[in-house]
Ligand binder design. Sequence first.
Ligand code: FES
Ligand SMILES: [Fe+2]
Length: 433
Amino acid sequence: MTYHFGAPPLDSLVEDHRVHRSLYTEPSIFASEMNKVFGGTWTFLAHESELPAANDFVRKKLGLRPVIVTRDRTGALHVLLNRCTHRGATVCRQDEGNARRFTCPYHNWSFDNTGVLAGVPIEDGYGPEFDKSQHGLGKVRVESYRGFIFGTLNQEMPPLETHLGVAARLIDEWLDRWPGGKLVVRRGTHRLVCAGNWKLVYDNSADGYHPGFSHASLLRMRKERYGGGVDMQWALGNVDEGLQTVADIGNGHTFIDQRAEIKNYWEQAAPMPGENRYEQIIRDRLGDKADAALDVVMGSGMNLNIFPNLLIIGNQIQVIEPQSVNLTHLTWYATALEADDLPPEVNALRMRLQEDFPSFGEPDDLANFEECQVGLGIPEMEWVLTGRHLNTGKEYTGPKGLLTGPVSDELPLRVFWREWKRLMTSTAALAAS
Ligand code: FES
Ligand SMILES: [Fe+2]
């Protein structure tokens, strides 16, 4: 099939039960996605705990646009386009820090952390009509939900919490596992580089079909050494006879719920170095509350995928960062829970567990993403199948009225592509302010 970009032909590339390979390989589609998808919806940018104090900032990307997420002196959040209004240089060249102003190193124009142009050297050279107030940094619309900061260039988007919908309620459940606990993502990241299209990552994020095969060596090793109940053993065998489910939670967001498979979080946690000593300290300190504290060590049993780039997996946050049509960065942020009544050993154990899957499981996934990109380069083989359980009658209306299926259902792919197509064919105007 010859690729045509535009409104009607997308229908021939995205069907219910299959999508065309060019969606993963065509540079012009990628270029359009960076505007229409990453600019056209609420896109995750940062977590508030990365910039906790007044005047803190972090450097991120909205699609391919370099942006600075700032907190001004009053605590308000801003997302600034990292592009000097003089001749285009980036004004911020550090990943994070604390600054009231950003001074462009080229000719020293300086902007405050709300984007206002504050200083121009030898300003009279631009003549008497020059008005600094017209030359502030471009600004992205920003909202935050319970610490998760999102930006959009689409002024017509509904408020963030409305757009998240059911996903907002699931974020609540994810955050409220330890009442009063504050989530912090400043404890380190695991950075991965993948020679594959960014959508291969999202395709995998609610794919309950693959773990028993892709991660077989990890799962079998755990089973042989630590017994059958340990984390993710439910991914082995016929997963459609198990208790896990996938669901369409609206607006392109999807959810794998593994919680029904977990009878006792701490007992089923994967093994980790030094766990017996840490457990003893936690039990001595907390007494009756120790079991509940140990439970929050283990992953949540939830995979919550917020379209198009935020994956909340277990206790971690994974962010998809597209670089080009066949290059993607993936960053896993470890999370800690801060609460006066939680001993630091809980976070030490959480960190050991959060080192586990990105080290021993994610390389399996990355290898498959990269091999998909290689295979998808063959022009004569055009289609990627997305129709598993589309017509088997196994999908049903589950809790909260959500379309739900067995965990190997490719429903999440179909949900993704529906939202992707809606955005790619949208005529909504995108703009910075
Ligand atoms: S490009 Fe920034 S001051 Fe000239
Ligand atoms: Fe995987």
